[in-house]
Design a protein around this ligand. Structure first.
Ligand SMILES: [Zn+2]
Ligand SMILES: [Zn+2]
Length: 382
């Protein structure tokens, strides 16, 4: 079949809307008609090159060039067709994308750490999770899909492990948001930082992920949720999602946190900036007090290996720095669980969507994100 998709051909270029073709499904595969795609910052990392392995590295490893790629890893849609052996979904089912597949069988899935599923290893390489061969083609050549889901395409053939069935009556725009940004931010606070009632929590960077770290910290009972972002609109939004204090920068927040906590500093610091640079970790770790935890959620440029952390204080104050992907949640449990909280009115999702775009307006949507105008923009296909 043929359909339209937003394709990136090179670092620094705009997304191009192209016609792609998709081959017939093989065993364990699902054809999804994407209805909504979230415009997450991670796809912007493809444009800036932060998420693109250096060309020399690929060449040395004998891996074909990175581009072209169909973007999009946040999404929700309807199953159009299933291949042989697929049991968890059928045509007509509503599904959430899962940019981290959950095979359910590997060492990590079988020990409650689906966010580390082994099937996610080749997420940025060409070919299907199922058998490594290609289903998507552009001008006759194979094309890869962002995180093997490619939600910036009207249709995509994906592995069964990459889709999670959701209830049919839920609005697909909120389902799309839960598939990455909401889960990642919320889980960073509730699971990875393990926010406890009475904690003082700092969230640095209020985009689609940070705003949900604020929401998660507030739900977990934090006494103070301090949101840091240079954009006033985002600081106001953070207050709506449970922040108790806001600051424009970490430097502004430091003395205020010291005063608010009587010198104890924060129990948890969650780093969710658009791009995490090494030097941000100096104040990031300094804002945590004795026994404090610093959770690193934001993506750093792939080649970044240096970071400014006071190692003396790290040891003497018994601090801990932790990374997280997908907020350390399990997609198969936590995507439906978060949607259940939305249904009961305890999790805010509708309020996260700032603007809706068509696929053709994708570059406009990303420009709004760069300008700090959107908490989350979404692409609506219908
Ligand atoms: Zn994302
Ligand atoms: Zn697995």
């Amino acid at each position: 079949m043929k359909c339209r998709a937003a394709v990136l051909h090179e670092i620094g270029q705009a997304w191009q809307i192209e016609e792609i073709s998709i081959d017939a499904l093989k065993a364990g595969e699902v054809l999804v008609q994407w209805k909504v795609a979230g415009m997450c910052h991670s796809d912007e990392h493809l444009v800036t090159g932060d998420l693109v392995p250096p060309a020399q590295m690929l060449e040395a490893a004998g891996i074909p060039p990175f581009f072209p790629i169909i973007g999009g890893h946040e999404g929700a849609g309807v199953v159009a067709e299933v291949g042989p052996g697929v049991t968890s979904v059928k045509p007509g089912d509503h599904v959430s994308a899962s940019f981290i597949p959950s095979c359910g069988r590997c060492r990590f899935c079988s020990t409650g750490r689906q966010n580390l599923c082994d099937a996610g290893a080749g997420a940025m390489q060409t070919g299907m999770i199922t058998d490594g061969t290609c289903r998507h083609f552009l001008d006759g050549g194979p094309i890869k899909l962002m995180a093997k889901v490619g939600t910036f395409s009207e249709y995509a053939a994906v592995a069964e492990a990459s889709v999670i069935k959701v209830d049919d009556d839920l609005p697909l725009d909120v389902v799309a948001l839960v598939s990455c940004g909401v889960a990642t931010g919320w889980g960073s606070a509730t699971h990875r930082a393990d926010v406890r009632p009475g904690d003082t929590v700092v969230v640095v960077g209020i985009g689609g992920i940070g705003i949900n770290a604020v929401q998660g910290a507030a739900m977990a009972g934090a006494k103070r949720v301090i949101a840091v972002d240079p954009v006033e609109f985002k600081r106001e939004k953070a207050m709506e999602f449970g922040a108790t204090h806001t600051f424009a920068s970490m430097a502004d927040a430091m003395p205020a946190i010291a005063e608010l906590t009587w010198g104890q500093m924060a129990d948890k610091v969650i780093m969710t900036p658009g791009v995490l640079y090494g030097e941000m970790m100096q104040l990031g770790t300094a804002m945590a007090g004795k026994g404090g935890t610093i959770v690193v959620t934001g993506l750093a440029p792939m080649a970044q290996t240096e970071s400014s952390v006071n190692l003396f204080e790290l040891a003497m104050w018994n601090k801990e720095i932790k990374g997280t992907i997908f907020g350390s949640l399990n997609p198969r449990h936590d995507i439906p669980n978060l949607l259940g909280m939305y249904r009961e009115g305890t999790l805010k999702l509708d309020e996260l969507i700032t603007r809706r775009y068509t696929l053709d307006q994708i570059n406009e949507g990303y420009q709004a994100m760069r300008n700090g105008e959107n908490i989350r923009g979404v692409i609506m296909y219908d």
